[in-house]
Design a protein around this ligand. Structure first.
Ligand code: TXA
Ligand code: MG
Length: 315
């Protein structure tokens, strides 16, 4: 609390103000093609602490660092051959690589939660790129929501969750992809740590081999994988063929629903609308939501992942 959060326009003045605030060590939310991120300079422990405080994020949960280019990424992390290949194919874009932290990377320990690895991504959103270019520093940025809540896909969502807790939000309109990045760990074999905005099929085609899967029940390598996450207030029931009394029926594809993620049955459209839809249903006082089945391929995998977490019992 205590600060009035500035809402900055998507123009040169807005980007310059956001960059100045970030350089000075403040927390600033900004759009990416996936979701809005809450940025702070990754080399400054005090600035990074501000992220954890604003989000009430547990300290064991490390942050993704955002840079403007592969060159900037290579200065702070090591790139095994698979990582080079994926970065060349998919950056800028909705892919995060977890890589061995570079020697003398100068990244604050809280960013990696003291691990020897660094999560890195080069976003594609034009405003994000202008901002990173102008700041000229690696920027740590988790999704710009209070910990455990649904990620924001508009500046208004950011304000709803974090107003008064962060210096500013750069308003770039709605996010094109609408789901967080796909996270791939590059260890012995590339491993899917979180499905997201880049379909796993594309990653596997690029690598010419299947991704290893995170073993369930093992230790949590990406705390975004904690069971209850991305949670709206309403309860969710998945793979529903019909709605029960009192439930709002959220559909996919043609049919008789109260709301629809995509009438046309288009997965990218459904992904882009999912989080805003969950928020709108919350706002309209829905207590129970029944969701019709979503195909489990392409972006459907990430949609189903987020729906399962939204449906999981709350702590
Ligand atoms: O699309 C996105 O990835 C967005 C935008 C803002 O870039 N960011 C995002 O950040 O979703 P966040 O903090 O909400 O999710 C990052 C996930 C967390 O689950 C975290 O545990 C995991 O990345 N992570 C970060 N560093 C890691 C590391 N070194 N090893 C394993 N997982 C890591
Ligand atoms: Mg998040």
């Amino acid at each position: 609390m205590g600060v009035e959060t500035e809402i900055l326009r998507a123009d040169g003045t807005g980007v310059a103000r956001a960059a100045a605030l970030l350089r000075a060590g403040s927390c600033v939310a900004f759009p990416t093609e996936t979701v809005y991120g809450l940025g702070a300079r990754a080399d400054d422990p005090t600035a990074v602490a501000g992220i954890f405080e604003a989000k009430a994020r547990p300290a064991f949960n490390p942050l993704i660092v955002h840079v403007v280019s592969l060159e900037a990424a290579a200065a702070i992390a090591q790139f095994p051959p698979e990582a080079e290949r994926l970065a060349a194919a998919f950056w800028p874009g909705p892919l995060t690589l977890v890589l061995p932290l570079g020697a003398d990377a100068g990244i604050a320990e809280a960013v990696t939660a003291d691990k020897p690895t660094l999560a890195l991504r080069v976003p594609e959103n034009a405003l994000a790129r202008q901002l990173l270019q102008e700041v000229g520093l690696p920027i740590a940025a988790p999704s710009a929501n209070p910990s455990g809540r649904v990620s924001p896909t508009t500046a208004a969502h950011v304000i709803e969750g974090l107003s008064g807790r962060i210096a500013a939000v750069l308003d770039g309109g709605p996010c094109a992809v609408g789901l967080e990045s796909t996270i791939v760990g590059i260890a012995d074999t590339p491993k899917l740590l979180r499905p997201g905005g880049l379909p796993t099929e594309a990653i596997e085609a690029c690598l010419g081999q299947p991704l290893a899967m995170r073993s369930s029940g093992g230790s949590i390598t990406a705390p975004g994988q904690l069971a209850s996450h991305y949670a709206p207030r309403a309860t969710l029931r998945l793979n529903a063929k019909t709605a029960r009394p009192g439930e709002v029926f959220l559909g996919f594809g043609p049919g008789d629903f109260d709301e629809n993620l995509s009438q046309a049955g288009d997965l990218p459209e459904a992904a882009a609308r999912l989080f805003a839809m969950l928020r709108a249903l919350d706002e309209n006082g829905a207590e129970a939501i029944a969701v019709s089945p979503i195909p489990d391929h392409g972006l459907g995998r990430a949609i189903n992942d987020r729906l399962r977490r939204a449906a999981a019992p709350r702590p």
